[in-house]
Design a protein around this ligand. Sequence first.
Ligand code: AHR
Length: 354
Amino acid sequence: MYHFKIASFLIVVSIVLAACQPLSPVTTAVPVTTQVSASNSAATSMPAPKVIDFPCSPNCKYSDLVIGFIQTGSEGGWRAANTASYKESAQQLGVKLKFFDSQNDLKKQIAGFVQFIQDPEVNIIVLAALETSGWEAVLQQARDAGKIVVLEDRRIDAPENLYATYIGSDFNLEGRKAADEMCKLLEGSEKKNVWELVGNVGSSAAIDRGKGFREKMGDCGINIVNTQTADWSATEGLQVTEAWLKENKDVQGIFAQNDEMAFGAIEALKNAGLTPAVDVKIISVDATAGAFQAMLEGTLNVAVECNPLLAPQVYEAALKAANGVGQPSWVPSQESVFHADDPNLLDISKGRAY
Ligand code: AHR
């Protein structure tokens, strides 16, 4: 009996000691409030984000940060403004920035991520993910190597405790706004056949914008009769729209998931003898300078804004994470919608930064 009691006691002690062992070199941050949206609600049951224990914490300064930024590529005006935001803000704040161009190739992007994990100078990795899936293993490696990860622009499907925060747009909301605007433009139209030009399949921007549009399009009886990727590119937007126009011209609206693809569609419509924004209503997402020019010229009806100037917020979030400050899992951008028939459009366009 005596031996049995001793044995039970030792088992209990060893269980308690095992439970107290740290699992990784990561310290738990102060409790954070987790903000969850409809589009990433699957993450609600995930553990709260954690913060890596930085040597300079809790007094890290911007000059202590060496940021490895993994950009998607250079697919258009939005991306150029996003990249410029990182380079300019880094100079202003005194952050050291190392830039990796993934050239819109997922394999290259993952290699870039691993390169920054292995770079002893880099302490923060900022990722604009080309696709939502496949990130968990490298995120875990980054955490094991003591690197903080901040997501910018694109959300991913991975446990929230593997990154400090995500700063970017509500793409689902952008899609819903686009559908609402298309409903207004097609009000009274007998038919509501819409063609959708999709971004790179697998990206959160393409998935969530498409989903959001579908959530609202039923409100006014829109039918998506053609949908295909044009990979965010004007050239592909032109080619895809041209191919569709050869099949038939029974289309009343085009929803382009970004400005570049809308520019391609506009060219294709002109080449086919149709008047863009009149015969076929066109809505795009981004609201870059090119979209404002198209609206002022009368070839684009509506631009749903997607804000690329994310770097100041991302750098601030990285600094907070370095100092052990917990943050929401997602900080959505505040964005507007711009209309070609707005009498103030020219003035608005003059005040825009991209
Ligand atoms: O993730 C944002 C999207 O990516 C933009 O809408 C598109 O232009 C870009 O390249």
